[in-house]
Design a protein around this ligand. Structure first.
Ligand code: PGA
Length: 255
């Protein structure tokens, strides 16, 4: 089963519209020609349309960082899947910062996933344990519960991507080791296999996220079960993001 590697940049609440435009223009010439790996940028909502204009016709794809699950209505300040369809190909769902600061429980994540898939958006579902959970050795149980709740009632689909992001590694400069990440991702794939069947689970791409840089990306993508990365801080620097994508392409070509 051939899984196309994916390198996704989550810009979080960084970049003004002018800065987002500058950043994507800076990346474009070196990022566009990289083959064998999907390259995705996820700028803030207000920069989606301007960035879409710049990357149109290129090999770079666009994603949102979140969305509401309803199509429309009296939900002041929210952005719906209908608004994203046609503009983005991907949407990040259940990022730990959404879970931590904005009340995105796994039930909320479940509704958002269903809505994204229904509208033809490819969701990147984020799961991961916090430091305490890791310390006491319940990583497997935590990600299993997150997955089972988030995927409740949803049929098997290779449109979904899962990002394993241990909270203790996000924005801390302390990435997991490649072996650690691969081990948990193997567990995630096994849980998906129980829910969806082995063949479906094999076709779902799995990313690692948490302090990924140009200096450590090879450790992750040289693991056969890890199909790419969800990159925060390093995706805000054009040269770093390009380097992460090109190293991934080179390694996955060999394996
Ligand atoms: P980081 O963020 O690369 O800055 O650790 C990753 C993420 O939150 O997706």
């Amino acid at each position: 089963m051939m899984r196309v590697p994916l390198i996704a940049g989550n810009w979080k609440m960084n970049t003004t519209v002018a800065e987002a435009v500058r950043l994507v223009r800076e990346m474009l010439p070196a990022l566009d020609p990289i083959r064998g790996v999907e390259k995705l940028v996820c700028p803030p909502f207000v920069s989606l349309a301007p960035v879409a204009d710049i990357i149109r016709g290129s090999s770079i794809q666009l994603g949102a960082q979140n969305m509401h699950h309803m199509d429309r209505g009296a939900y002041t300040g929210e952005v719906s899947p209908l608004m994203l369809t046609g503009l983005c190909q991907y949407v990040i769902i259940g990022h730990s910062e959404r879970r931590q600061f904005f009340g995105d429980t796994s039930e909320v994540v479940n509704r958002k996933l269903g809505a994204a898939l229904q509208h033809g958006l490819r969701p990147i579902l984020c799961v991961g344990e916090n430091l305490r959970e890791n310390d006491v050795g319940i990583t497997e149980a935590v990600v299993a519960t997150q997955l089972r709740t988030a995927l409740k009632g949803l049929g098997a689909t290779s449109a979904m991507v899962v990002a394993y992001e241990p909270l203790w590694a996000i924005g801390t400069g302390k990435a997991a080791s490649g072996e650690q990440a691969a081990r948990t991702i193997e567990i995630i794939r096994a849980i998906l296999g129980q829910l969806w069947g082995g063949d479906s689970a094999t076709s779902v791409r799995m990313l690692y996220g948490g302090s990924v840089t140009g200096a450590n990306i090879t450790e992750f993508v040289s693991q056969p079960g890890i199909d790419g990365a969800l990159v925060g801080g390093a995706s805000l620097k054009a040269a770093d993001f390009v380097s992460i994508a090109s190293q991934t392409a080179a390694i996955k070509k060999r394996t």
